[in-house]
Design a protein around this ligand. Structure first.
Ligand code: KG4
Ligand code: ZN
Length: 365
């Protein structure tokens, strides 16, 4: 048995530059020795979304600083590492390239093994880092860029049961906030505003619930919200605070109901595998939403399945998840060479068909 394995992880696929050191002790217990994250929200706030070129430059400027800080905080020298793991996709290509080049530089200077990690595998393996959940478990990944149900069988074995055919839920929250003049990121603003609202005043659609599969669609919700907003503005000349709160509450209730029902369907498929200790785990920034969390917890209770929600700092983008995925890949014998390339598209489950709306080049993730 390997006594100890220490891996440096790098993450730069979207708008967070992150580095972390994770150690596996006694062959089974992971410890996060450090986890440094430099966010870029203020660089992009004026543009209403992440600007890829600005993100790539900021990653290039911050990667070496984050590596230095991660090593210092972990009190670990480069000579004490066993490997360097890096997000090699999917994501914004300039950012992913910055991370891959940085990791290659470290690997070639030190002779350390290089391990390219799929960003989504990082999220999907987080419940093993935080709660040592056993395979196979069901994962719901809900973030600003992604939404999918996965059965996680191993560090390289995923079955995608379904996902969004258009917007991710976080994207829908962000667009809703923009339409109502609330601050970004939209998820927390809409959640707070909606607490004062009546979720039943406005009727929002529950998209794709008429179909038996696990696919989701969120883009229609923002169109419905825009129509309701414009109608109120036309009738009253503007929105009251109560209108805004009711719109937020109604929008959020539609997302909660849709996710709860599709989760029930995903669980039925997962339970056919008769796992010893069935678990639903969540990851991604949207998992911070209290109503979504409690709805999922309730569904788990109904179906007799355990519920695992890692702490928020490990649900959102970070490099500890990449270092940990690197550890599992290392133990599975997966190494990369200096030809490792950055991949803007990299579906976790290569066998499942591309979802509608995933673009001409096929599934992004
Ligand atoms: O996972 P994440 O940090 O970044 C990526 O998308 O990769 O997720 C960010 C998303 C944003 O869209 C944000 O609005 C959403 O998560 N979010 C929330 C909440 N907190 C963050 N959505 C709903 N409710 C929340 N409380
Ligand atoms: Zn992510």
């Amino acid at each position: 048995m390997i006594e100890s394995l220490t891996v440096l992880g790098l993450e730069s696929s979207c708008d967070d530059t992150a580095a972390a050191v994770v150690r596996l002790v006694d062959g089974s217990t992971p410890q996060i020795l450090s986890s440094v994250v430099f966010g870029q929200s203020e660089l992009h706030s004026a543009f209403g979304g992440v600007v890829p070129e600005i993100a790539a430059r900021a990653h290039a400027e911050k990667l070496d600083v984050s590596v230095r800080q991660a090593l210092d905080q972990a009190c670990v020298g480069l000579d004490e590492l066993d490997a360097v793991a890096v997000t090699a996709g999917p994501g914004l290509i300039g950012g992913v390239m910055s991370g891959v080049m940085c990791a290659k530089g470290i690997a070639s200077a030190t002779g350390l093994p290089l391990i390219g990690v799929n960003h989504l595998a990082g999220h999907a393996l987080t419940p093993r880092l935080t709660d040592r959940v056993g395979y196979p478990y069901l994962m719901l990944l809900v973030s600003g860029g992604h939404c999918q149900y996965l059965i996680v069988h191993g560090p390289q074995a995923f079955t995608r049961l379904g996902g969004t055919i258009d917007d991710a839920p976080g994207e829908a929250f962000d667009k809703t906030a923009r339409l109502l003049g609330l601050p970004q990121p939209g998820g927390p603003s809409v959640e707070v505003e909606g607490r004062l609202g009546d979720p039943k005043r406005f009727r929002f659609p529950r998209p794709l619930l008429d179909r038996p599969d696990c696919n989701l669609s969120f883009s229609g919700l923002k169109t419905a919200l825009m129509r309701l907003r414009d109608q109120l503005v036309a009738e009253q000349g503007g929105l009251t605070r109560q209108d805004r709160a009711d719109l937020c509450a109604g929008f959020q209730a539609a997302i909660v109901d849709t996710l709860a029902e599709k989760t029930r369907r995903a669980m039925k498929i997962y339970l056919e595998e008769t796992p010893d200790t069935p678990v639903l785990a969540v990851a991604g920034g949207v998992a911070a939403n209290a109503s979504i969390r409690s709805a999922l917890e309730e569904v788990c209770g109904e179906m007799g399945i355990g519920f695992v929600a890692p702490p928020l700092r490990l649900c959102t983008d970070n490099a500890a998840m990449i270092a940990y995925a690197g550890i599992e890949l290392f133990l599975a014998g997966a190494h990369d060479s200096m030809t490792l390339s950055a991949r803007p598209r990299w579906p976790l489950d290569q066998n499942s068909p591309a979802l509608l709306g995933s673009g001409k080049k096929g599934a992004k993730a």
